[in-house]
Design a protein around this ligand. Structure first.
Ligand code: ZN
Length: 300
């Protein structure tokens, strides 16, 4: 229980208390009064005045308001921060794809060195065996075995060279994504040109099965087959996580006569395409015409 005197003091002001405190307590002669004074003095120290409480309340209120304000500002900034993070992740993903494609191409080039050695060896073996057959030292069957070995070696070399070409094209297409983004949203029918590429956003609804029309045009015009380097999805696209299902790559530079004729035909038909001048500025690799919509990265 808090004594009545204390209850009174708790609600009094500081000046009044100080006035009541001093002479009476120092000069009081009753034991009870001294005890009351001592308790009162102790409780006074323990119980803050209304003024002190109000000051504390103001400080607490201030801290709460400040915290709320900081929280609100943090909340407002969050979407911008998330967007920045997303943009940097996207940029990293693109850089990673180009880097992964370059690494893959490098490993294919190393493999090609071994395969070309095997091809040379198979060629030499076949020549030796043919000579031995002519001298009736070995059977025809052994020569045929060497011919098959040579064909296999040739096929491996061709396949690896093809994959190196596909890697170059993929590097051009992945690098071109950044340029396409800079061009902004492409309206239907737009024809856009940058240093690295030409994009035509044709209105025709392109499906890969329409490729036969393109091939027919090209063969009738140039009397040889359309040099298709990638028809739809290839092993290289799968390996590097690139969706190329509904597109066809033609191994023609947009600067060549045949490349220009092909682009004119595609525009005339409203067929969308992207023509790449190179994979890396200053290099001839990666030049090709991608027929169809831009390829997209597949999230792994
Ligand atoms: Zn392509």
């Amino acid at each position: 229980m808090i004594p009545e005197s204390v209850r009174t003091l708790r609600h009094g002001d500081a000046a009044t208390r100080r006035h009541e405190d001093t002479p009476t307590r120092r000069h009081g002669d009753g034991a009870t009064r001294r005890q009351d004074d001592w308790r009162l003095s102790k409780l006074e120290r323990l119980w803050p005045t209304f003024w002190e409480l109000s000051q504390v309340a103001l400080v607490v209120l201030g801290i709460v308001c400040l915290s709320a304000s900081v929280a609100a500002q943090t909340k407002k900034k969050t979407p911008r921060k998330s967007q920045t993070t997303l943009d940097s992740r996207m940029a990293k993903a693109k850089a990673d794809l180009v880097s992964a494609a370059n690494d893959y191409k490098e490993s294919l080039q190393k493999l090609l060195v071994f395969e070309e050695d095997d091809f040379k060896l198979a060629t030499a073996t076949l020549e030796k065996r043919k000579a031995l057959l002519s001298q009736n030292i070995i059977s025809k069957k052994e020569v045929e075995e060497s011919e098959r070995a040579l064909a296999t070696a040739q096929s491996k070399v061709d396949d690896t060279k093809k994959q190196i070409g596909e890697s170059d094209n993929l590097i051009a297409e992945a690098s071109g994504e950044r340029q396409l983004e800079k061009l902004g949203k492409s309206r239907v029918g737009a024809y856009q040109v940058t240093a690295a590429l030409i994009r035509y956003n044709g209105p025709a609804h392109w499906v890969l099965s329409d490729a036969s029309k393109v091939e027919s045009f090209f063969t009738s015009r140039f009397k040889h087959a359309l040099p298709i380097s990638a028809f739809g999805q290839t092993a290289v696209h799968d390996h590097l996580g690139f969706d190329h299902h509904n597109a066809m790559d033609v191994a023609l530079s947009p600067d060549s006569t045949e490349g220009k004729a092909l682009m004119d035909y595609l525009r005339g038909q409203g067929i969308p395409f992207i023509a790449f001048h190179y994979a890396v500025p200053g290099s001839a690799t990666g030049a090709h015409i991608h027929v169809g919509y831009p390829s997209k990265r597949v999230s792994k």
